[in-house]
Write a protein of this length. Structure first.
Length: 393
């Protein structure tokens, strides 16, 4: 009986398949750690590199610029800049009353003195019946004051004017023009390039840095402005007042130290083939300048950028899986990042130029700049801990 039972059990064992327990699925990562260097695109001058070269390596502004823009020459420029004031989104130009204030027709040059007992503010508004502009004055209430043919602008005999914008005000030198383009009204600050630089340089670099670094910044910023002005074409302004061009804050941004740098370099620019050079700059290049759109925006090692005074010499950031999934929802649950290519510079092989985001549903490939923008990274020069190409590993 035992033999029969044993044989029967053996036969049954061959007929009933074994239960296979699948291995537990690996949990999706909740975050990924990135280690990086630099801040910004890395083209042209590194501002922290310029500060190190001036402060510790005792280089002049000319030496700093020669390193960051090789092949460019010294040149000069002059004239005015037409700066788009992006904060003024209102349908009028409103300024505070002050002595010496006039309004002028851009088309004819005819000017009218703006004087009125009890005047507090003045404004330029469109007047379709002229066609042109109407100037109103605020005393106890707004009242029409005069009409102007075509576009109009405020002047104050070279003195600053307070411009009211939604939510506040700012003070500008030069002229304040009410301009029209494609049916929309815009405010343009028409200002001499040297006064424009006074409102730019301290917004782009700390004014109290070494004077030679700030002078290099002044020349680079002046060159950049002159290049944009030359390339403006039929546009009704030369530059934006934001990072789309250079950050410009008018009188409220001026500082005596950066004013001194502007004055010490008055008119100086860098040129290439007889034109103002496209002198791009960024906070820190991470030790390797990246190749840009011009022959003088070269890819080369910049040891001066990596120093103790540069807070961007090394940075580390933990990016949550949630943030990645929000930026790239089609991939599903985040799995890992794969760096596909770099620009070939420095010990890390350079900045990330292509990266793949791998998820449970799918994967997608984007440029390093797109990834940086989507996740708010300081630069595209980053690695996973240990320098591996995929993270998590």
């Amino acid at each position: 009986m035992r033999l029969i039972r044993g044989t029967l059990l053996a036969v049954l064992a061959t007929l009933i398949p074994a239960v296979v327990v699948p291995p537990a699925e690996a949990a999706s990562p909740t975050s990924v750690t990135l280690v990086g260097r630099g801040w910004g695109h890395g083209h042209g001058m590194s501002q922290y590199g310029a500060q190190n070269r001036a402060k510790n390596l005792e280089q002049t502004a000319a030496q700093i610029l020669a390193f960051y823009y090789p092949g460019t020459a010294s040149g000069t420029t002059n004239g005015v800049m037409d700066v788009l004031v992006t904060a003024d989104t209102s349908d009028d130009v409103v300024v505070r009353h002050r002595t010496g204030l006039t309004v002028m027709s851009v088309a004819t040059g005819a000017a009218t003195n703006l004087t009125k007992a009890g005047a507090q503010r003045w404004r330029i508004v469109a007047d379709a019946s002229i066609p042109g502009s109407r100037v109103d004055v605020l005393t106890d209430k707004w009242r029409p004051f005069t009409s102007v043919k075509g576009e109009a602008e405020f002047r104050a005999g070279g003195q600053p004017m307070r411009l009211y914008v939604p939510g506040g005000y700012a003070v500008y030198r030069g002229r304040l023009r009410s301009a029209y383009s494609a049916g929309q009204r815009h405010t343009v600050n028409v200002v001499h390039i040297e006064d424009y630089l006074r409102g730019v340089v301290p917004r782009e670099m700390p004014a109290t840095w070494h004077p030679n670094a700030v002078r290099a910044q002044a020349i680079a910023a002046r060159s950049y402005a002159a290049r944009e002005r030359a390339d403006a074409g039929s546009r009704f302004f030369d530059v934006w007042d934001t990072t789309r061009s250079q950050v410009y804050g008018g009188v409220g941004s001026e500082h005596e130290a950066s004013d001194a740098a502007v004055k010490a370099t008055v008119g100086q620019i860098r040129t290439y083939d007889g034109r103002p050079a496209f002198t791009q700059f960024s906070s820190s290049n991470g030790g390797w300048a990246s190749k840009g759109s011009q022959p003088y925006l070269t890819s080369n090692e910049d040891k001066a950028d990596l120093w103790a005074g540069n807070p961007n010499e090394r940075w580390e950031v933990v990016v949550s899986a949630t943030a990645i999934e929000k930026a790239y929802p089609l991939v599903g649950d985040f799995q890992k990042l794969q760096v596909l290519s770099r620009d070939g510079g420095g010990s890390w092989g350079g900045r990330v130029t292509q990266i793949r985001i791998v998820g449970a549903k799918s994967s997608g490939t984007v440029t390093g700049d797109q990834f940086r923008s989507a996740l708010g990274l300081r630069s595209t020069m980053f690695v996973c801990p240990g320098g591996v190409a995929s993270c998590p590993g």
